[in-house]
Design a binder for this molecule. Structure first.
Ligand code: FES
Length: 103
């Protein structure tokens, strides 16, 4: 079952951008795309780079190290050199508060 954790005020996530947050000791990347919040692991599945240092465009995050791209909604690896998808987390927003599901 999901454990919903209150993590941030939605206004603290810049529009169409990414930030890194620490949730229960885990490094999570939060994205805001057209006002909607998505969450993935922050550490790239390819190497030691943080996706929160990357570039968000059209719902895809580009890794800063080798420019691999993930879909932030599905976690799917969309381009080389990525071979592994990234883990996603469900989010929900109540008022201004964003909650993340940790299982
Ligand atoms: Fe992310 Fe290589 S570390 S693409």
């Amino acid at each position: 079952s999901n454990n919903w954790i209150e993590i941030i005020n939605i206004d603290d996530i810049p529009e169409d951008d990414v930030i890194g947050v620490n949730v229960s000791g885990q490094n999570i990347a939060l994205y805001k795309v057209d006002g909607e919040v998505f969450a993935t692991d922050n550490l790239c599945t390819h190497g030691h780079a943080l996706l929160s240092d990357g570039f968000l465009e059209d719902g895809e995050i580009e890794c800063p190290l080798h420019q691999g791209r993930f879909c932030v909604k599905s976690g799917k690896a969309m381009s080389e050199p990525l071979t592994e998808d990234i883990k996603t987390y469900a989010t929900r927003t109540e008022g201004n508060q964003v909650f993340l599901a940790m299982s």
